[in-house]
Each structure stands twice: as structure tokens, then as C-alpha cells.
Ligand binder design. Structure first.
Ligand code: MG
Ligand code: MG
Ligand code: MG
Length: 307
């Protein structure tokens, strides 16, 4: 029976690359592992797969009856549907430990580093398996993506060391050029419906019984979204209403200026104002230095909600 290696919903570069890279490692250890994604992958991930010669992995959205290895998440909300009818055999991640539980002991490897790709680099080394050049390429790309070329506060020395080693294996001499090529691909918003932009990199959280959603668009320049701000706001209002959410945030992150224009739709703005020590006079507020949803956006908001 095949084992599916799958990343989170709204697949980003790390979720896609890690599914492929870990499936490859498991295969070299004799496991019938298959990389999978939960739906359409983002433009950056597409660019990375094309560049290193991979096709998009097969789609898996329903876990029922399947053996699963989860990468880049450990939350039920981000995992395939019908998880209760799936058998989770491993989890490899770099986020806070989520709410997934298992009936049997499993291999669970989470490290406080900037990217699942960094954890996988260590698993390859631990198992003495050589990393193929094209796999090293997508692992490198995933770390550059998650750490925003080491600008994100989630970045650790392990991420930088992994990138140096992976770049050598992949034959990439200019990491920065690769990162800029990726960020430009990621910044593509023209012609994309506003709701698709919100869900491109989106997560829901439970905060003291309140459903709170947070999307993020990482942009090389905020001017890229100037013309679609009104559309984004209306779509964000729809997302809030349709999902019965208390609050929905959209992080318009300027990766060059290293900050976020935070778009907020909420039943009560005071939670957001308290969390980031800001005053909301309009639909958005600039939060200087905010780059990471995981480290800078979600924890203060959870604190404000009293989680
Ligand atoms: Mg991810
Ligand atoms: Mg990740
Ligand atoms: Mg990210």
C-alpha cells in the first residue's frame, strides 16, 4: 500500500518541495512513497518545480483509507479531509505542534527552524542518503521561500547552513538571484480573482472558540496590489461572513521594506489593535517589521484573545 507524503492546504513551496523531497528519501529507504498536494499550488511553487524539472505531484484531498506522512503542518484544519479514517504514520514539521493525535506511536520530527526543508536536510544526513541535485534545488528553494531569503525572524543558523550545503549540491552559485526569481513569481497577482489571492496562502485558527483566518501575500512591492485593494477588502468581508469567522486578516507583506500592510475585517477591532499595538483608522494598518504569520502575527493575536 502506497504511503502519501502530503503538505498543508493552500500548498506553498515548502509544502510541495518537502512532499517530493521526503517521498524521495522514503523511496530510497524502500518505502512505496508518493508525493501529493492538497489542491492547486501557488505560482512560486510552480516556478520552482519547472526550474528543477519536476511535475506537479498528484492531488490528495481526502485521507480516508490512506496511509499518510504529513509535512509542514500538524493541524487538523490544514490536513486532508476525513483524517480520522486515515492512518498517519509520520509527521515532519517546523511549526508549533498542532492538534493532530494518533492511536499508535509514530515518527514525529518537528524542529524550531525556518523551514521543513531544513529538517529534511538533517533527516537525509541522519540516514546517510545522498540528496539528488534537483531535489537539493527544490529544498534550497523552499528554505529561501519560508525564510524570505533569511529576512524572516523564523530564520535560524541551521537554515543558512542547510542552504549553503544544498546550493553546492544543486550547483546554484547565486542564491539571491534564485530567491528574487521566486519572489517575482510569488508576487504575480494580475488577473487573479481577489478571493483566490486571499486563499493562496491562508490559514484558519481557533482562538478561544472564535474562528480567525489569516492570509498572506508576499510582494516585492506593495504597488502591485494598489489596483485590487478594494476587491481584496470586499472578498475578505465575504470570507468572514461565509465562514462565520470572528476576524479575517490579510497580510500584504512587502518583503523588500520588511513590513506588512495588515488588512483587517473583524467583529471587534480591539483584539487586533491590542495585539499589534496599532490604531485601525481604515481597513489596513502598516505594521513595521511584520514578516512572519507564524511568529509575529498569530501569537500576539492569540494572546489578545486570551488563548
Ligand atoms: Mg508552509
Ligand atoms: Mg514551511
Ligand atoms: Mg510562508
Amino acid at each position: 500500500m502506497s504511503v502519501y507524503v502530503v503538505g498543508h492546504k493552500s500548498p506553498d513551496t515548502d509544502s510541495v518541495a518537502s512532499a517530493i523531497a521526503y517521498a524521495e528519501l522514503k523511496k530510497s529507504m524502500g518505502v512505496d512513497a508518493v508525493a501529493a498536494v492538497q489542491g492547486e499550488i501557488n505560482p512560486e511553487a510552480k516556478m520552482v518545480l519547472d526550474k528543477f524539472g519536476f511535475s506537479v505531484p498528484e492531488t490528495l484531498t481526502d485521507g480516508a483509507g490512506k496511509k499518510l506522512i504529513l509535512v509542514d503542518h500538524s493541524d487538523i484544519a490544514q490536513a486532508p479531509d476525513n483524517l480520522g479514517d486515515a492512518e498517519i504514520i509520520e509527521i515532519v514539521d517546523h511549526h508549533k505542534i498542532g492538534d493532530i493525535t494518533t492511536n499508535n506511536p509514530i515518527f514525529f520530527c518537528a524542529m524550531p527552524v525556518g523551514c521543513t526543508g531544513t529538517v529534511l536536510k538533517q533527516l537525509y544526513d541522519m540516514n546517510n542518503i545522498e540528496i539528488p541535485a534537483n531535489i537539493a534545488g527544490i529544498m534550497l528553494a523552499s528554505i529561501l521561500s519560508d525564510t524570505v531569503l533569511f529576512k524572516s525572524p523564523t530564520t535560524t543558523d541551521s537554515d543558512k547552513e542547510a542552504c549553503d550545503a544544498l546550493a553546492k549540491i544543486a550547483g546554484i552559485s547565486d542564491m539571491e538571484a534564485l530567491a528574487m526569481e521566486m519572489f517575482k513569481a510569488k508576487s504575480a497577482v494580475a488577473g487573479v480573482p481577489a478571493k483566490d489571492l486571499i486563499f493562496r496562502d491562508y490559514k484558519d485558527f481557533d482562538m478561544k472558540g472564535n474562528k480567525v483566518g489569516c492570509g498572506q501575500l508576499e510582494l516585492v512591492d506593495l504597488s502591485l496590489v494598489e489596483d485590487v485593494r478594494d476587491d481584496l477588502l470586499s472578498a475578505l468581508r465575504e470570507v468572514k461572513t461565509e465562514g462565520g469567522r470572528h476576524t479575517v486578516l490579510l497580510m500584504l507583506t512587502d518583503i523588500m521594506k520588511e513590513g506588512t500592510d495588515l488588512m483587517v475585517v473583524s467583529d471587534d477591532n480591539s483584539y487586533v489593535e491590542k495585539a499589534y499595538n496599532v490604531k485601525l483608522d481604515g481597513p489596513t494598518v502598516w505594521v513595521d517589521g511584520m514578516m512572519s504569520r507564524k511568529k509575529q502575527t498569530i501569537p500576539p493575536l492569540q494572546d489578545a484573545f486570551g488563548c
